[in-house]
Design a protein around this ligand. Structure first.
Ligand code: HMG
Length: 391
């Protein structure tokens, strides 16, 4: 049977971050609430020159080569911080990357689940067109507002994946279980640039959806926790996946529990330092596991739990391919993290409030302050102006 899955995976986060200990002090809460209770160390802060399009394009830039440019005939962009009600963010990224014109380009929306929907659509597309490749993007800016209870769970960033036949990193297996139920745990009305959330309810529903799809998956496949080297979760904050994992851990013998707990911690390392990137969060967790667990063997089965408020959940699995480590971009991600710059809480608040004009006025932005290759340079006649500094 044709193997289909993740051939390449790239990542980008803005170059600025705020320290969660300092944010806690500024908000009059104990730092341990944010670093242990929520499980976040640093939160990415997007400058005005980054939006969902630029974040995604920057993530894709590091993985796309000439062969990909020839073969990618479908760009699927999962996001809930899109920049236009009509035109898809995928069309902008298609242009910024110089992909071939004979391609489809669409945006997919269902909260944090969008990139998973994209990944599964890509799998179907490759099954029908085994010689082509699909670019799947998940990029978002998570905004709840200053001084809100969701503030500590903000973030910004993007993951880009090339999906192909005979993938070099991870082959997706069959037996996906998905589940939809209309609930109001988190949403963002069209008139608001900040999310509305029922925090406690969203936590409960996340866990309930996980239990539902995991239960059905076990029934359908006869698999158990023992069959997994690790389970990666959508991570709105790193404590969230742990809460879900804990509800099932006792199903496994102690050595398996220890393995899953240890690998869970490794799978949260990048997210802990970036925050919630919504659609990309599950895939950032996968990337963290792959890049940070040096002895993770080829052939390992990885479980993946995707959750998008509103809500859709899915459990699916993949198997790591021979020599997958050779196809990761570890050095580039190490340098991305090492070269980030800390901003004070006051600076973060200023950046947060410095948004694009809402009345349609033109604006020119200073892209020299932003080291990213692809930036938003301004808005002219209601059109966002993107620049690829490499061109
Ligand atoms: P909160 O009410 O401020 O926090 O909001 P809390 O009082 O629940 O405390 C959080 C944890 O810190 C608790 O641990 C405390 O005990 C602990 P828990 O009981 O939960 O294990 N704590 C401490 N620990 C150590 N030392 C201390 C200390 N003090 C307290 N001194 C909440 C937290 C997550 C609700 C809020 O930030 C929020 O609303 N965030 C946004 C919503 C969210 O992330 N929901 C997650 C599930 S929904 C989802 O994942 C989808 C999403 O990504 C959106 C999408 O799909 O697009 C959000």
């Amino acid at each position: 049977m044709l193997k289909i899955g993740i051939d390449k995976i790239g990542f980008y986060a803005p170059h600025l971050y705020v320290d969660m200990n300092k944010l806690a002090v500024a908000r009059n809460v104990e730092p341990e609430k944010f670093t242990i209770g929520i499980g976040q160390e640093k939160m990415a802060v997007p400058p005005i020159t980054q939006d969902a399009v630029t974040l995604a394009a920057n993530a894709a830039l590091e993985i796309i080569d000439e062969d990909d440019k020839e073969k990618i005939d479908f760009v699927i962009f999962g996001t809930e911080s899109g920049i236009d009600h009509s035109k898809s963010s995928a069309v902008y990224v298609h242009q910024l990357l110089g992909l071939k014109p004979n391609a489809r380009a669409v945006e997919v929306k269902q909260a944090c689940y969008g990139a998973t929907a994209g990944l599964q659509m890509a799998k179907g597309h490759i099954a029908l067109n085994p010689d082509s490749k699909v670019l799947v993007l998940g990029a978002d800016i998570a905004r709840y507002g200053l001084n809100t209870s969701g503030e500590a769970t903000q973030g910004a960033g993007a993951v880009a994946m090339v999906i192909s036949a005979d993938p070099k990193i991870m082959a997706l297996e069959e037996n996906n279980v998905y589940y939809t139920n209309d609930i109001m745990d988190f949403w963002r009305p069209i008139y608001s640039d900040q999310a509305f959330v029922d925090g406690k309810f969203s936590n409960e529903q996340y866990i309930a959806f996980f239990n539902k799809v995991w239960g059905q998956y076990k029934e359908m496949t006869g698999h158990a926790l023992e069959d997994f080297e690790a389970i990666c979760y959508h991570l709105p904050y790193t404590k969230m996946g742990l809460k879900a994992l804990r509800t099932v851990l006792e199903e496994a013998p102690e050595n398996v529990q220890d393995r899953l707990k240890e690998n869970y911690q490794i799978s949260t390392m990048y997210n802990r330092n970036v925050g919630n990137i919504y659609t990309g969060s599950l895939y950032l967790s996968l990337l963290s596991l792959l890049e940070r667990k040096e002895d993770l063997a080829s052939g390992s089965r990885i479980g993946m739990f995707s959750y998008g408020s509103g809500a859709v959940g899915e459990f699916f699995t993949g198997v790591l391919q021979p020599n997958y480590r050779e196809h990761l971009h570890l050095a580039s991600h190490e340098s991305l993290f090492a070269s980030r710059k800390e901003v004070s809480v006051e600076e973060y608040e200023e950046i947060f409030e410095n948004t694009l004009p809402k009345d349609g006025a033109n604006i020119e932005l200073d892209i020299e302050q932003d080291p990213a290759p692809i930036c938003l340079a301004g808005v002219n006649d209601h059109m966002r102006q993107y620049v690829n500094k490499n061109n």
